[in-house]
Design a protein around this ligand. Structure first.
Ligand SMILES: [Fe+2]
Ligand SMILES: [Fe+2]
Length: 295
């Protein structure tokens, strides 16, 4: 998992819950037990409490009236890059709203219901923040329908709930690496603060996947795993191809698109290792070669 001290999910958890009050800990952190629990409800509940304590209201964290200080060319680049990010986050929001009830029923977990409402809240806030950032840049957000296939691949077909959760391992890792690099790029103070705030949430989303995916993969047949592999492989190839067209834009504001993708794939390999999956589960090498050859 790729977490710094700053954005580790429990880094900002309220001390009154986790350190100072065992009575409250016992009361709030203990899950409703089930004899045949499928997921690790204890960990999910703890993450829910952390997620609930870390909710934030965008205008209180981000000064949307701050001066941009960008050249016109830089502003146009951020309109295009933030436009793609807006579409991806909006798709993520649509998908989580459609899938959370099904996931809760499938895994019979009340704790999952608590947690997913918080994550859906996070994604709604992300869309809201990027929408206002784009308006501030002078370009009201537009949903890019050419990217819609990504959302469809992640939760249609077979093994829909498993496919959704497994595919977010890639999208959340991609979002985290993109935000980390964007924050350090030539960007205005609104965009930089936006990235900083979103990064904390996205790191928590990755943490959630590392809690639930081992149990979900454990229950899945070989055919199911093969299906997930094909779906995620498609996502990676699609992302690699679409991001080629944004390479020059990214370079203009100091983001190295190839290094970004390389970082995402490395993080995925680490995640696969943690999950006990063969790193060759997804054809990383093929993607790297194609990105090196075709531009
Ligand atoms: Fe998000
Ligand atoms: Fe997320």
């Amino acid at each position: 998992m790729n977490e710094t001290e700053e954005n580790r999910p429990d880094a900002k958890a309220p001390s009154f819950l986790l350190n100072d009050n065992p009575t409250l800990q016992e009361l709030l952190l203990k899950p409703t037990t089930r004899d045949n629990a499928i997921l690790n409800d204890q960990k999910i509940r703890r993450l829910y409490v952390q997620a609930a304590s870390q909710q934030w209201f965008a205008p209180q964290r981000i000064d949307f009236t701050a001066p941009l200080g960008l050249t016109d060319e830089q502003r146009q680049v951020w309109i295009r890059l933030a436009g793609v990010f807006y579409t991806l986050e909006k798709m993520g929001l649509n998908v989580i709203m459609g899938m959370m009830g099904r996931a809760v029923r499938k895994f019979r977990s009340d704790e999952l219901a608590y947690y997913l409402t918080e994550q859906a809240h996070d994604e709604g806030r992300h869309v809201f923040v990027i929408e206002n950032y784009l308006k501030r840049l002078g370009a009201p957000p537009k949903f890019d329908r050419s990217l819609q296939i990504l959302g469809q691949v992640t939760h249609t077909g077979f093994y829909q709930v498993e496919n959704w959760l497994f595919s977010t391992l890639f999208s959340e890792n991609f979002a985290s690496s993109f935000l980390r690099r964007t924050r350090m790029a030539t960007i205005d103070p609104i965009g930089a603060e936006m990235c900083k705030q979103l990064l904390v949430d996205e790191s928590r989303h990755i943490h959630f996947l590392h809690i639930v995916l081992p149990d979900i993969l454990d229950r899945l047949s070989l055919m199911g795993k093969t299906y997930l592999r094909a779906s995620q492989g498609f996502m990676m190839h699609f992302t690699e191809r679409v991001s080629r067209g944004l390479k020059d834009d990214a370079a203009l504001v100091g983001i190295d698109r190839d290094a970004l993708l390389e970082e995402v794939f490395e993080n995925m390999e680490k995640s696969y290792h943690t999950l006990g999956l063969n790193p060759r589960f997804i054809p990383f090498a093929k993607i790297r070669n194609s990105s090196a050859i075709v531009h």
